[in-house]
Design a protein. Structure first.
Length: 110
């Protein structure tokens, strides 16, 4: 099974958690931080990341700020007030999902 399929549903809580911990980040920075934290196990593609960032921005979960860095414009994302609430809800949902998988994988621990 392709691991990226399993991770896809977890991208939103991952991104919200990273933005909560780091205040603001740009897209490439998010992908590299995830890669570093997972020791290369999870690589987020631009095709998965940017549509999610744009959707969260449109929903008012994220806000974006453009900043000139040398001759480039970099778009930094940060959580809004609603984004901080959504982060808590998303992390709770993710933890419930993990707990449910643990029941399936280790039924003796239940």
């Amino acid at each position: 099974m392709n691991k990226s399929i399993l991770y896809k549903g977890c991208l939103e809580p991952i991104i919200l958690k990273l933005l909560n911990e780091n205040r603001r980040m740009y897209g490439y920075e998010i992908t590299q931080r995830v890669k570093d934290l997972t020791k290369g196990e999870l690589n987020i593609s631009e095709g998965a990341l940017y549509p999610l960032l744009h959707r969260l921005e449109a929903e008012g979960i994220l806000e974006a700020e453009m900043e000139n860095i040398g001759n480039r414009v970099r778009k930094y994302y940060s959580l809004t007030k609603d984004g901080k609430k959504q982060k808590s809800a998303a992390m709770s949902e993710l933890q419930n999902f993990i707990d449910t998988l643990q029941l399936l994988l280790n039924p003796k621990l239940a």
